[in-house]
Write a protein that binds this ligand. Sequence first.
Ligand code: NAP
Length: 277
Amino acid sequence: MQFKPLGRTDESIPVVGLGTWGIGGEMGPDSSRDEAGIEALRLGLDLEMKFIDTAEMYGAGHSEEVVARALEGRLDRVFVASKVSPRHFAYDDVLNAARRSLKRLGLKQIDLYQLHWPSSKIPIAETMRAMEKLVKDGLTRYIGVSNFSVEQMREAQQSLSREKVVSNQVEFSLIHRSVEARILPYCQKEGLTLIAYSPLGQGKIPRGQGSSFKVLDEIAGKLGKSRNQVALNWVLQHDSVVAIPKAADMDHVKENADVAEWKLGSEDCQRLAKAFS
Ligand code: NAP
């Protein structure tokens, strides 16, 4: 597995992590889907994707319980990220939401705690005060945001007195590239990690058809990789970017684990960028 620095911290995280939206029962406990999700996550961890992304919102907290079960009995280090929902952005609500997430995850500390979406209701300064308190108390290690614009990232950072915003989790894939205009350059310049969510376009890339996908398939064929591996590798060729594909299918997990040890050449990267522009 390859690693990239988390923001400007001393921490490095795997460039491919494990998304969990839709892993296990989406609406709450569902024994057969939960077992399949736990197995998929365990396989991903065995294949060195030791970075799990979850959120209190996924399955109304159930995703965090599924993650806890996947982590059970493991002595190896796994980097765990979760998210607080905007409806819990008031000071006390952030603290309580984090405690509930820790309990569901069965952890003493969440590595990366992220604001899931910007809020128009609660001032960011209030939320960030609580985020810093969590770090100070050792309940979380790093502060991240998700779905934040450049202005919102700047404001989030200015609201912090001691800590840095280390990451912004945003949608980024061959078929969703709006971050290239401002968000990605800002993250690269200011030292934030861009965590690419839906890096396979929520399954649209595996199923896609048309001339751009022909280029993708041609490059994949030439390299002896699958189109999904090439699409993920293209995302990872951007500085400061890591990706968190979600896969419940074991073969998909195996494929996704094998995207970090090789590199698309710059010519192929450019061809793909042009084909999907
Ligand atoms: P995604 O990872 O782009 O796509 C997931 C879909 O692709 C699933 O249907 C999966 O099928 C399929 N897939 C995965 N690997 C594959 C492979 N190698 N070959 C063929 N198909 C493959 O979409 P996503 O779930 O939206 O995004 C990933 C994660 O990002 C989420 O789980 C979540 O953790 C995070 N996320 C965050 C936000 C946010 O607001 N911060 C929003 C959306 C997502 P199977 O499941 O059947 O394997």
